[in-house]
Design a protein around this ligand. Structure first.
Ligand code: SF4
Length: 338
């Protein structure tokens, strides 16, 4: 296998201090329906780092802005403001031509494998395409496509088949092979298993973990399923209404969530032990998330928060370290355990 060699990271040392990806104050405000309507604040000042070889999970309810954030990072969407730096270089304002060499380093895996693959192209063409764009010859690109099919667990003899001839899990393997074609260091995976059956989800998660170990990949893993995120991620960032409300190591966030929203999300995750499941407290949130076109003043979570107090209605809490000596950050005036 001639997969581009990348440093393997020893177990337990998957996080490096220097960020590969740095996102700062990233915003995406879509215009309102009418000229006079306020903008829709889909993403409203998001910031985080992802180190080489690390997996950061980006979680939250549907519509919280996590997928929009992923799409801005790979520049499928142009941010309204803020910056995205890759390997120390600000790439937020590069032209599409300037971005071309960087595209091989940062790739995306999409949610719905079948709709993200061109039904009129063979697997050979789908996987080869990013290489042809980067200037590879057709013969080299096809050779590489065969290698990548083996790498992701597909049968190379099926290279001239079309996407509809594959199951959902196999189609996602094709999508992953395509994303690996140029030897990226960072994959932005947008709900990569949520469209798949549970048993197939586990296979794709296993594959992604193996690839990370073999290729030293970093993942931004966008998902709403906190069980999957717990399994694959090193750190977790929780988004609500376009902002990060809690970010920290998986161990700390899952064992002792500090933001009321994180606590509510985690209280809905089924526990494997039936006795623990019966006895645990479920936190039910009031109502639906507000519209990002009209976010509430103060803490945007206050209309649904069981801990809300007067200050929460007027003053937006900053994302900051909740307890001394801890790297975990929380945007709450009254974080749990502070
Ligand atoms: Fe709840 Fe107030 Fe914390 Fe917001 S700042 S999460 S309303 S306690």
């Amino acid at each position: 296998m001639t997969t581009r060699s990348q440093p393997k990271l020893a177990a337990g040392h998957r996080t490096r201090p220097e960020p590969l990806l740095s996102v700062r104050d990233l915003t995406m405000h879509f215009p309102g329906r009418r000229r006079s309507s306020p903008p829709v604040r889909a993403v409203d000042g998001v910031g985080f780092d992802v180190a080489a070889g690390e997996t950061l999970g980006l979680v939250g309810e549907s519509g919280c802005g996590k997928s929009t954030t992923g799409r801005m990072i790979v520049r499928l969407l142009e941010p309204t403001s803020g910056s995205v730096s890759y390997d120390g270089r600000d790439i937020s304002h590069l032209s599409q031509r300037e971005l071309k060499p960087l595209r091989k380093d940062v790739q995306m895996v999409f949610q719905d494998p079948h709709s993200s693959l061109n039904p009129r192209q063979t697997v050979a063409r789908i996987i080869s395409d990013p290489l042809l764009v980067q200037g590879s010859s057709a013969a080299d690109a096809r050779r590489r496509a065969v290698e990548l099919m083996e790498l992701v667990g597909l049968i190379p003899e099926h290279i001239d088949r079309y996407p509809h001839e594959f199951s959902g899990g196999q189609a996602q393997r094709i999508g992953i092979a395509r994303s690996l074609a140029t030897g990226p260091r960072l994959l932005v995976a947008d709900e990569p298993v949520s469209a798949l059956d549970v048993s197939v989800q586990a296979q794709i998660v296993n594959l992604m973990e193996r690839l990370q170990g073999e290729l030293g990949l970093a993942y931004l893993f966008i998902a709403h399923d906190l069980s999957v995120v717990k399994r694959v991620c090193d750190r977790v960032a929780v988004m609500y209404l376009g902002r990060i409300v809690e970010i920290g190591t998986k161990e700390r966030v899952y064992a002792a969530p500090a933001h009321p929203y994180t606590r509510a999300l985690l209280s809905a995750v089924p526990l494997p032990d039936p006795a623990a499941e019966r006895s645990r407290e479920r936190i039910t949130l009031l109502g639906d998330p507000p519209s990002p076109a009209a976010p509430p003043p103060g803490c945007t979570f206050h209309p649904r928060c069981p801990k809300a107090q007067e200050i929460c209605r007027t003053e937006a809490p900053l994302l900051r370290i909740a307890s001394p000596g801890e790297a975990r950050q929380v945007a709450c005036h009254f974080p749990e355990g502070a």
